[in-house]
Design a protein around this ligand. Structure first.
Ligand SMILES: [Ca+2]
Ligand SMILES: [Ca+2]
Ligand SMILES: [Ca+2]
Length: 360
């Protein structure tokens, strides 16, 4: 039990507290040891025996860690207790019918100290979070839709839009996934979860003349600035019109021709950051209609043996044209091209997600 009056703080129990703090703007904070087998709830009240309002909760943490619980509200006089609950027997602190642990494990949609979230429908399947929790179904299913939109030269582009579950009103960063030539957006299907799990909307689209998009195959000239870059511009315009997307936080991750298009978008400042797998410098120059490349915020990737070593040369060359933040990765002992590099280096996909975490 901790009593607090104005800015004076007193500790009234044997709780092993490592920090106890009252800040006039940030409220009350307490640090206690974490436990792997229990989670913590900070309760507040106006009297020592009346700390019945949950104000913060934290998931279990490994032995030896410290957990900080904070009540951002400022009160003239407050009393706090920290409660430990076993993960085997979680309670329901906000009384909304969903146990604390389940809420803590779905932080994008649920909050163990907010009872109103239970009746929301975060994944848009017409079942409330509470109904899904009760039925044992997943309230955080990624929503997937086939979308289409037109380019400025009136070619219909088809794509797969995937939206992670989150609270109503959430604005997401987005990642555009672009396939290599002679293939389709389906090549990204095994990998989009990695981005959705990190709370990015993904939109994988088919380049004109490929997959479900319109246009003839020969219309997709991979060196012509008046063809495939228009598909990407239409895709970006489509995303920016959506009210669930933050238009300032869009990235491109592309393979081969998709990598070249990622570089074009960086050159033209169409997106905040981009990732190029197996791109080619001369094709980027042609597609951007720009002999002097000036890229910014890019991660360039190639397999060492791809194209007799040329793809690695181009990755480093493109890195040389990139203003920081910038990164290059040449995957050794592999001659894989595009998304096939993920099979050669199982850590690469996560490193791309990490790159986006830092730059998007
Ligand atoms: Ca609850
Ligand atoms: Ca809740
Ligand atoms: Ca639902």
């Amino acid at each position: 039990m901790i009593g607090m009056a104005a800015s004076t703080v007193t500790k009234a129990s044997e709780l092993p507290v490592s920090l106890l703090e009252f800040h006039p703007e940030e409220g009350f904070s307490i640090e206690v040891p974490g436990r792997p087998e229990s989670y913590l709830v900070l309760m507040r009240g106006d009297a020592p025996h009346l700390t019945d309002t949950p104000v913060a909760a934290k998931l279990p943490t490994p032995e030896g860690t410290t957990v900080r619980l904070r009540d951002p509200q400022i009160y003239a006089r407050s009393f706090y207790t920290v409660h430990q609950f076993s993960i085997l027997n979680p309670t329901d602190s906000d009384g909304d019918g969903i146990d604390d642990l389940f809420e803590l494990r779905h932080p994008l949609l649920l909050d163990p100290i907010n009872p109103n979230d239970a009746l929301e429908d975060a994944d848009g399947d017409l079942q409330t979070n509470l109904a899904e929790y009760s039925a044992g179904s997943n309230p955080a299913e990624v929503r997937q839709a086939t979308v289409s939109f037109a380019t400025s030269d009136r070619i219909r582009i088809q794509g797969t839009l995937r939206i992670p579950a989150a609270r109503a009103g959430t604005t997401f960063p987005a990642v555009v996934l672009i396939h290599q030539g002679f293939n389709s957006r389906s090549e990204w299907a095994p990998y989009d979860d990695a981005f959705n799990d990190a709370s990015y909307v993904t939109l994988a689209y088919d380049i004109r003349g490929h997959g479900g998009s319109g246009g003839t195959f020969s219309s997709a000239d991979f060196d012509n600035p008046n063809t495939t870059p228009k598909d990407l511009q239409a895709t970006l315009a489509f995303l920016k019109l959506r009210n669930d997307i933050d238009p300032t936080r869009i990235a491109i991750v592309g393979a081969s021709i998709g990598g070249n298009l990622a570089c074009v978008a960086s050159q033209k400042l169409w997106v905040k950051t981009a990732v190029n797998l197996s791109g080619k410098t001369s094709a980027v120059r042609n597609l951007a209609a720009e002999p002097n490349l000036d890229l910014v915020s890019m991660f360039h990737i190639a397999a060492a043996g791809d194209g007799g070593g040329m793809r690695a040369v181009w990755a480093n060359e493109l890195l040389g044209f990139t203003t920081a933040p910038r990164l290059v990765e040449v995957v050794a002992n592999s001659s894989a091209h595009g998304v096939a590099i993920f099979n050669s280096d199982p850590t690469l996909l996560q490193r791309i997600v990490d790159w986006l975490g830092e730059t998007l």
